[in-house]
Design a protein around this ligand. Structure first.
Ligand code: TYD
Length: 147
């Protein structure tokens, strides 16, 4: 497992979860503060997503998340304000950890894809950067290192 630093910013990493397989099927489990680096305060999921849909388009001031493709697949584009990269999520055993201050966009959903997100905080609109320019300005602030 790739263990992210505590409360980092601009950090994205893949978390491999355990799998227990037997002839009846596969079982994967996730424990807050064990497999993922924060207590889980919220779970949400996206489903019935049209294949041409684009989601995300924001960053968070404090929120940390781990994103899973429970079924199907989709693309996650991430941007820390300097470097852009992309991940294809398609394996329910792998979660994508996304720290605060990462701009994310999701697209290329397969038919019937289900995206589950484990989040470090409850929903709070004031935690969002929804304007890319505001996000970029924040990432260029000096002395905003790991807390
Ligand atoms: P948003 O986070 O913008 O969705 P996405 O990144 O998938 O495009 O949220 C869409 C709407 O849903 C927005 O009005 C806020 C609301 N919402 C909640 O009420 N609670 C939640 O936990 C989440 C994630 C969103």
């Amino acid at each position: 497992m790739t263990q992210p630093k505590l409360n980092p910013r601009g950090s994205v990493s893949v978390i491999d979860l355990p799998v227990v397989s037997d002839p009846r099927g596969d079982l994967t489990f996730v424990e807050g503060e064990n497999h993922i680096p924060f207590p889980i305060r919220r779970v949400y999921y996206l489903y019935n997503v049209p294949v041409d849909s684009e989601r995300g388009g924001h960053a968070h001031k404090e929120l940390e998340q781990v994103v899973f493709a429970l079924s199907g697949s989709f693309r996650m584009k991430v941007d820390d304000g300097q470097t852009k990269s992309e991940y294809w999520l398609r394996d329910p055993r792998k979660g994508l950890y996304i720290s605060r201050l990462v701009w994310r966009e999701m697209d290329s959903f397969s038919q019937g894809a289900v995206c589950m997100v484990l989040a470090s905080h409850r929903y709070e609109e004031s935690d969002y950067y929804r304007d890319y320019k505001d996000f970029l300005a924040e990432t260029q602030q000096p002395n905003q290192g790991v807390r």
